[in-house]
Ligand binder design. Structure first.
Ligand SMILES: C[S@@+](CC[C@H](N)C(=O)[O-])C[C@H]1O[C@@H](n2cnc3c(N)ncnc32)[C@H](O)[C@@H]1O
Length: 425
């Protein structure tokens, strides 16, 4: 495909997302199935353009004076991908292109409306209703954080020490230009690709099939590290989902002790089983809700209960930009109710002297500090253990880990460690 056809396809996909409310993945899949002629470079171009448009649709719509899918896509080409107006016009006129530029479009491409007078949610690319929530969570850093959250994310990797060591893992990862991400010796990073470039296919590296590394955001790796010493311990990953944290915890355990993976959704655990086998985890027990009482007998027996709670995902908008536009005030309230309930249930498994680690990939205080405060209010037998991780400075005065894309260069994550003094069944 030529550029004009690719840009037309992106406008078409974005229009489907906007008008029919399709999730971005589904809209891209539908286009991909219909466009059999499209090669892998075409697909990467179209999905990259669609995702960049979703990341910045309000600010680009403002700059172009046109918030339509076409206006925003033209804005990405000019102001994010830095195509000169002549190149955009040329692509539009190609066969299967998106047509000639109007005089107004050409004027805006050369002289965009300044964002200086734009309201904060427009300049920062988020829905209006989130303004007070983000202001509360991010304070003076709000504008910088929201700008960082509208960027493309790097691909982070975790070397799996159950299968290799850091030195051999690093050599294998050098083939795909991954370099140390910092903070954790096992964390590596491939920078986000520029404009129409593709990220190298991580799964295609032979060492990946051998289980030498996992794709995992550095923030997620740090959230797992917050669990502290886990070697030889009884660990329960209460919301294990697809197993990202389970595998990181298992690697830290070095196949000693026992890790139980549980989730309310049995289907999500299927991935954990498969990934655990590839990663060489031998101390994993899956506790699926298919069984009547999957965690019976573990009450008050667990050293570390890890709660990677269901949340709005507001820290992951770099990777899932459509999620910020789909989020509603009702959903934020619903997530808080789930978080209280999950913490309540999970806490029954913590033994006296054991700890519960509460994690979200959200930036919002309503899902983080507020939930921990509400839990502590109901449970005086738990106290906060301030987080201390070598090389990590993103710890709040209360002792919680708070990672944000601008300050930490990771997805947004929150973690709190709560220690139980006594256990009474
Ligand atoms: C943030 S995701 C977990 C991601 C996973 N830990 C990882 O690292 O890949 C939250 C998970 O909580 C699960 N969940 C929601 N409500 C739950 C509940 N009441 N009990 C246990 N799991 C629950 C969801 O099914 C979802 O898989």
């Amino acid at each position: 495909m030529r550029d004009g056809g690719r840009v037309s396809a992106a406008i078409e996909v974005l229009t489907e997302i906007e008008t029919r409310h399709f999730p971005v993945k589904m809209a891209l899949k539908r286009w991909g199935e219909a466009a059999r002629y499209a090669g892998s470079k075409d697909r990467a171009f179209v999905s990259g353009l669609v995702l960049d448009a979703l990341r910045r649709k309000r600010s680009l719509g403002w700059m172009m004076g046109d918030a339509s899918a076409r206006g925003v896509v033209l804005g990405v080409l000019a102001f994010v991908w830095k195509w000169p107006a002549e190149r955009i016009a040329e692509a539009g006129s190609e066969e299967h292109g998106f047509g000639a530029l109007s005089a107004a479009e050409l004027a805006r491409l050369n002289d965009p409306v300044s964002l200086e007078g734009a309201p904060a949610p427009v300049a920062g690319d988020y829905p209006d209703w989130l303004e007070p929530h983000l202001a509360r969570a991010l304070g003076a850093e709000q504008a910088a954080e929201m700008a960082a959250l509208s960027e493309r994310a790097p691909v982070d990797l975790r070397i799996n020490t159950l299968k290799t060591d850091v030195e051999r893992g690093a050599k294998a990862l050098a083939l795909i230009n991954a370099a140390p991400a910092g903070v954790l010796a096992t964390a590596f990073r491939i920078p986000a690709p520029a404009a129409a470039d593709r990220t190298p296919s991580v799964e295609a590296v032979p060492a990946f099939s051998k289980g030498w590394f996992e794709v995992q955001d550095l923030g997620s790796q740090l959230a797992a590290a917050v669990a502290g010493e886990v070697k030889g311990k009884q660990v329960l990953d209460f919301c294990a989902g697809g197993g990202g944290k389970t595998l990181a915890l298992a690697a830290a355990m070095g196949n000693s002790g026992q890790i139980f993976a549980h989730d309310a959704d049995a289907r999500r655990l299927a991935d954990t089983i498969r990934r655990g086998q590839r990663a060489g985890v031998r101390n994993l027990q899956i506790r699926s809700p298919i069984e009547a009482q999957p965690l019976k007998g573990l009450e008050g027996k667990i050293d570390v209960v890890f709660v990677d709670a269901p949340c709005t995902g507001a820290g992951t908008w770099r990777r899932h930009p459509d999620a910020k536009w789909r989020l509603s005030p009702d959903q934020l309230v619903k997530r808080q109710i789930e978080q209280d309930s999950v913490m309540e249930d999970a806490s029954t498994f913590v033994k006296a002297g054991g700890r519960m680690v509460y994690v979200t990939c959200s930036l919002l205080a309503e899902e983080n500090e507020d939930r921990v405060a509400a839990f502590l209010e109901r449970h005086p037998e738990f106290t906060v253990k301030p987080i201390a991780l070598d090389g990590v400075t993103h710890v709040t005065p209360e002792g919680y880990l708070r990672l944000t894309p601008h300050r930490a260069g990771t997805d947004g994550f929150f973690a709190a460690v709560l220690v139980r003094s006594t256990y009474a069944p």
